[in-house]
Write a new protein. Structure first.
Length: 145
């Protein structure tokens, strides 16, 4: 009896439901703006299992592309649009990466970011970077659905 119990509840038997669930997960592509031109060589958002990975959203189309507050607001709005399109929300964001053209914009970025994630802010990394197309900021995110 002890051997049968051990065989039934050890190793693979305990993890079989998790292994089976992992097989069911599939990759799904999302795009809040599927008619974007030119079409980028990457997916705007990718879902897998219960997670959603949102590609970096830059600020070159912000209302005032030279004002960091306008740029951060615009980039976060674009992230939020992708989240909503995939059935998620800003409240479900787990991790954010912020890329700033000028690290001196950190305090202004933080002001806008803190207002958007006031209740339960996600984990975050912020770095200074060279961002294409003269964007002042680029923001990507990982969320659950």
């Amino acid at each position: 009896m002890t051997r049968r119990w051990f065989a039934a509840f050890s190793g693979a038997a305990l993890f079989a439901p998790m292994a089976h669930a992992a097989v069911k997960a599939t990759k799904k592509i999302f795009a809040a703006n599927p008619n974007a031109t030119p079409k980028p060589p990457y997916s705007p958002a990718v879902g897998y299992g219960g997670l959603l990975f949102v590609s970096g959203k830059a600020s070159y189309s912000a209302p005032d592309p030279k004002d960091i507050r306008s740029c951060v607001t615009y980039a976060l709005d674009q992230v939020e649009a992708e989240l909503k399109n995939a059935g998620s929300s800003m409240e479900k964001v787990l991790k954010v990466q912020v890329f700033l053209r000028d690290i001196n914009d950190y305090a202004a970025m933080n002001e806008i970011f803190a207002a958007r994630f006031a209740k339960e802010p996600p984990a975050r990394t912020t770095v200074a970077a060279i961002i294409p197309r003269d964007s002042l900021v680029e923001i990507d995110a990982v969320a659950y659905v």
